[in-house]
Design a protein. Structure first.
Length: 211
């Protein structure tokens, strides 16, 4: 097979880039043909467009984050304001309730003062006056939902509503029963306010006496 070692180029022998012979001969700079429009700067144009898009996205995210932070701060402030308002309302209601209780109790005190400043013919009249004041005080307690715990002598001792001050040996009452009520107990609504203080009987056959 024959190979042709000679290559022919347009524009003359050795003119590989198609440069004009006249320009080379005269010593002028070669006249290169420019790239078609848009080919040379296409990459830089696309990069600039992507950068602008990213910057716009970053600013959008920053604005969104700033708005969320502002919303969070306002929400915390609203919660704190609500707590303060609720606390003040509760405190005001407690103060009003306490004031009403004291006003009711002061009425009983007024009755005691009038009783002490009055003149009685005998002790029986004085006891009658004190009895009326006692009734007034119990009425005040009932208005406050406070009621007395009914415990009678001879009732079985109940540790849920009473406290045993002491025990005494006796055969007059069943073992473990109430012998005496030293202080009455009270409850407010269904809750125990103060347990009664009682004395409890201890029979001769009680385990404590057999030791």
């Amino acid at each position: 097979m024959e190979t042709n070692d000679s290559l022919e180029f347009s524009g003359g022998e050795g003119n590989v880039l198609g440069i004009s012979d006249d320009s080379t001969a005269s010593g002028e700079a070669p006249d290169f043909q420019p790239f078609p429009d848009g080919i040379g700067d296409q990459g830089s144009t696309d990069s600039g467009s992507d950068l602008k898009s990213l910057n716009a996205k970053v600013k959008e995210l920053e604005n969104s984050l700033r708005n969320e932070e502002n919303n969070y701060t306002r929400l915390l402030a609203d919660i704190q304001n609500e707590r303060n308002r609720t606390s003040k309302e509760v405190q005001l209601k407690v103060e009003q309730a306490t004031k009403q209780i004291l006003l009711d109790v002061l009425k009983v005190l007024d009755s005691f003062n009038r009783c002490l400043n009055s003149t009685y013919q005998d002790v029986a009249d004085f006891r009658t006056g004190v009895g009326l004041i006692q009734k007034q005080f119990y009425d005040t307690l009932r208005s406050l939902k406070v009621s007395e715990i009914e415990i009678q002598v001879g009732d079985a001792f109940d540790a849920h509503v009473a406290e045993a001050l002491t025990t005494i040996d006796t055969t007059a009452h069943p073992d473990g029963s109430v012998v005496d009520v030293y202080e009455k107990g009270f409850k407010i609504g269904d809750q125990l306010l103060r347990p009664a203080k009682v004395v409890v009987a201890r029979g001769s056959d009680s385990p404590e006496n057999l030791v």
